[in-house]
Design a protein around this ligand. Structure first.
Ligand SMILES: *[C@@H]1O[C@H](CO)[C@@H](O)[C@H](O)[C@H]1NC(C)=O
Ligand SMILES: *[C@@H]1O[C@H](CO)[C@@H](O)[C@H](O)[C@H]1NC(C)=O
Ligand SMILES: *[C@@H]1O[C@H](CO)[C@@H](O)[C@H](O)[C@H]1NC(C)=O
Length: 810
């Protein structure tokens, strides 16, 4: 083998000196080398290149967290003899690791260079540039490590699948966390039928993101989201490349772990720690084919497989032992000639396209007809969610890897072919009831109820429904020591301050066992005694719902009273909805998702929890968002602590926020569930419009946001209310429903407003006939800055001298 002709061959003496000095260098010229113990440091000091794992591999890692290696050069060929190991750039630009003169690894160049230099860029890309062709754009690299991904995709690095250029770039996991050699998992772009990203375990599919639905991968995390924005390049509807651009103030990476988990990480620079976000597979239902053919995976506390209606387990005994891999078979054969029908299954990740037929322009109706005509078609669906659903995807053979999403808005429905006899057999209420409990129970009786305007009737049913026996054992609320909290929050330092919530400031902190926490330091206005306070907190801690922020414990020492909550990574809803740039992150499906989540949380507080909690300060900034943008209501139950007498539904101290308080509450201090409903309505309208109710101005009239929405509604121009950044993603019928429900909630008279169960029902039901909203609260009030700053109703404008005493508005 030809020996590299490096211009400068180090003598043993120089070499040993180098071993001792471990000074970093910015760039490497042909006359220089890196030896073991040295590192090449990038200009920004973020990344380093050097030898690791007992010097057997050359890799790139973060300077601040050297154990996180993002790229490995010789992963398939470790250095066995670590004596006389050199990394050098040859005269013609070739980069190579040699050990005792033998080449261990070398980088293939696209062309020779006349004046090559090796550089480690601050995005983690190791590049060779030709100084004689000065220009550092990507095209001018004659080699770059970004073209040879290992297990980590860094921001700006592309996964590529391009048949025309014969380029396939994908990532391969490590064997285990100590062994960078290629492991069992790869992740790559695929374009079978519709684009998708698939993780394979050896020759078996392990996880798929779900097919591209026109906006995002139907089964992956919602995109875009606040932290990373993916960039997809399509060529003739084939996905050619994908990369993720992160907010540059964050260090982030996307790693295929040795376990097969795709995990994004964000660096918390202050603590120098990587936080995992948006991982997949997220739960066992994400595991490919978990439920076998024709089975559907559900998560309801634990994993559960169910056969589609009209199907039964193929191997009942296995099935009973929770071995679902055998899947399900039809109970009665299809009867193509004499009539089959279709069963709609909602909110799913579509089955894999193993045998399919696809037309990207047909409508759902045409698709159904086509499927009916072809006796081997077993199911059909709209593959795209754009334009309110479009295209025709038909499945033949078995339906594999279908899962249910608990998300309200999951827009992916499918229609499964069944013989007429199965379809008409007893409508499986039990089955459906499990899936959509609220809608169904209300539907069965409430349609009439709704129309007659007697919405309240459904409440009884609602409250009965959810009284499932939660475990009765008392929740012991952890009491934290003040010293612990002081240490966790760095003595409530300014850097840890995350906001002024209702009832006091909030600081971020970190506890060893609990991880990140948010600490609310209650202002010292509570009149309660210690025991009362504790009891109240314990009651609140028992409220547990996925749309409520979880209380982890409290701290009571001396005068100090603090509540310790789980920490929410995406701040609060107002941070997104009212921000010019960030609002674009919340596409329509996410907004609907968020509205539904808030509604569920509030329903729980009002009707389903043991305490009937009236929030009294529901507002957009009190809705926090977790790492997956799930909404969580915060500050619930606190009004109770601050209230002297729980029985009186009239209070002198009004706790609330201008813009969200109902007329009767802000004027008379009368609060009820209906005042929360009013706030809910404002929040819905704010989410849809992207505008704050408080401070809303319109050049055509003096009405506030609520009046504006109502006027548009009456003229059937409700789409003009919608935030224009939703233009590409909205679904008209859903926007209409949200505006209508929002307006019903903010009606002037409390008795006209629906109760929470109806709100949720109305939001979640397509095609339900909803009442016409009447005039909203504060409609007659003319807007002028003086009036606006103190909320008033039409009642009040007749009596301007009336004032609100002791109003605690925030
Ligand atoms: C550069 O030189 C090395 C050794 O001299 C040789 O093996 C390699 O093929 C050359 N690369 C190019 C691109 O000419
Ligand atoms: C898809 O369906 C449309 C409408 O029915 C039709 O005009 C078009 O030719 C179809 N395309 C293919 C590829 O079959
Ligand atoms: C059903 O559709 C598939 C795919 O287009 C086709 O191969 C098959 O021949 C069709 N069968 C009938 C009976 O039309």
């Amino acid at each position: 083998m030809a020996v590299f002709c490096f211009t400068l061959i180090f003598s043993a003496l120089v070499y040993s000196i180098f071993l001792k000095i471990s000074v970093g260098v910015d760039t490497l010229f042909p006359s220089q080398t890196i030896v073991i113990g040295q590192t090449l440091i990038s200009q920004s000091q973020i990344f380093e290149l050097g030898f690791f794992s007992e010097n057997r591999y050359l890799g790139i890692w973060y300077k601040s967290t050297p154990d996180v290696v993002v790229w490995v050069a010789n992963r398939e060929n470790p250095i066995n003899n670590t004596r006389e190991v050199l990394l050098a750039v040859a005269e013609n630009g070739t980069l190579a690791i040699t050990s005792g003169g033998r080449i261990i690894w070398s980088a293939e160049l696209s062309e020779p260079a006349s004046n090559p230099v090796l550089q480690l860029l601050d995005n983690g890309n190791l590049v060779i540039v030709d100084k004689n062709r000065e220009s550092s754009s990507e095209g001018s690299f004659i080699w770059q490590s970004f073209d040879y991904p290992t297990d980590t995709q860094l921001p700006g690095m592309k996964m590529v699948y391009d048949v025309d250029f014969d380029q396939h770039k994908y990532i391969t996991s490590w064997k285990n966390s100590n062994d960078p050699s290629p492991g069992d998992f790869i992740m790559r772009i695929e374009n079978e039928g519709l684009p998708e990203v698939v993780v394979w375990r050896k020759k078996m599919k392990w996880f798929r993101t779900g097919k591209w639905n026109g906006l995002y991968f139907s089964g992956g995390p919602r995109l875009p989201n606040p932290i990373f924005k993916p960039e997809f390049v399509f060529k003739q509807e084939k996905l050619i490349s994908s990369s993720e651009i992160f907010d540059s103030s964050n260090l982030a990476r996307f790693t295929l772990e040795a376990s097969g988990t795709l995990q994004r990480y964000i660096m918390n620079a202050r603590r120098n720690k990587w936080n995992p976000v948006y991982g997949n597979p997220l739960d066992p239902c994400d595991e490919y084919g978990q439920c076998g053919p024709n089975g559907m995976c559900k998560i309801d506390k634990t994993v559960r497989c169910e056969c589609f209606k009209g199907f039964a387990p193929k191997f009942q005994e296995d099935w009973d032992r929770h071995d679902w891999s055998g899947g399900c078979a039809r109970i009665k054969p299809l009867n193509c000639e004499n009539g089959d029908g279709f069963l709609e299954v909602g909110g799913v990740k579509h089955p894999d396209m193993l045998q399919y037929w696809l037309n990207k322009s047909m409508s759902l109706k045409e698709c159904q007809d086509e499927c009916l005509r072809n006796c081997s078609c077993v199911a059909y669906a709209n593959p795209y969610i754009t334009n309110g659903g479009s295209g025709c995807l038909m499945w033949f053979g078995e339906l594999v890897d279908t899962r249910e999403y608990p998300r309200a808005d999951s827009m992916h429905n499918m229609y499964i072919r069944l013989p007429e006899s199965e379809l008409n057999s007893s409508i499986d209420l039990e089955e459906k009831g499990k899936k959509k409990p609220i809608e169904l129970i209300v539907i069965s009786i409430a349609f009439g109820v709704l129309v007659s305007g007697l919405i309240n009737g459904s409440i009884l049913l609602m409250t009965k429904r959810k009284r499932r026996g939660r475990n009765n054992k008392d929740i012991e609320l952890p009491l934290f020591k003040l010293a612990t909290i002081v240490a966790a929050t760095n003595n409530f330092s300014n850097e840890n301050f995350i906001g002024e919530g209702g009832f006091g400031p909030v600081h971020k902190g970190r506890l060893l066992a609990e991880g990140e926490i948010a600490v609310k330091r209650l202002s010292r206005t509570s009149v309660q005694g210690l025991e009362e306070f504790k009891n109240e907190i314990i009651l609140i801690a028992k409220l547990q719902h996925r749309n409520l922020v979880r209380l982890l414990g409290c701290c009571i020492e001396g005068e100090e009273r603090m509540l310790i909550y789980e920490y929410m990574h995406n701040k609060s809803l107002d941070y997104f909805v009212f921000d010019q740039n960030r609002r674009t992150i919340l596409a329509w499906p996410m907004r609907l998702d968020i509205i539904m989540g808030i509604a569920r949380g509030l329903l729980y507080l009002h009707h389903d929890s043991r305490l009937k909690i009236i929030h009294r300060d529901l507002k957009t900034s009190n809705i926090l968002l977790d790492g997956n943008l799930n909404p969580k209501i915060s500050d619930f139950g606190l009004a109770r602590i601050f209230e002297e007498n729980q029985c009186i539904a009239r209070t002198k101290r009004v706790v609330g926020t201008y813009g969200y308080m109902s007329p009767e509450y802000s004027i008379d201090g009368k609060f009820s569930m209906k005042s929360d409903i009013f706030s809910m309505g404002v929040v819905i309208l704010e989410i849809v419009s992207g505008k704050k109710n408080r401070g809303f101005n319109h050049h055509d009239h003096y009405h506030g946001l609520l009046g504006h929405a109502w006027l548009l509604w009456k003229e059937n121009r409700f789409l003009e209310l919608m935030d224009e950044c939703l233009n590409d993603t909205f679904v008209e019928s859903q926007v209409k429903r949200c505006v209508q429900v929002g307006l019903l909630c903010v009606q002037k008279f409390a008795e006209d407003r629906p109760i929470m169960s109806s709100v949720l029902f109305m939001l979640g039901t397509d095609g339900a006939i909803l009442p016409e909203p009447k005039e909203p609260g504060f409609f007659m009030e003319r807007s002028s800055s003086t009036v606006r700053s103190s909320p008033s109703s039409s009642m009040m404008s007749q009596n301007n001298s009336m004032t609100i005493t002791d109003l605690e508005a925030r």
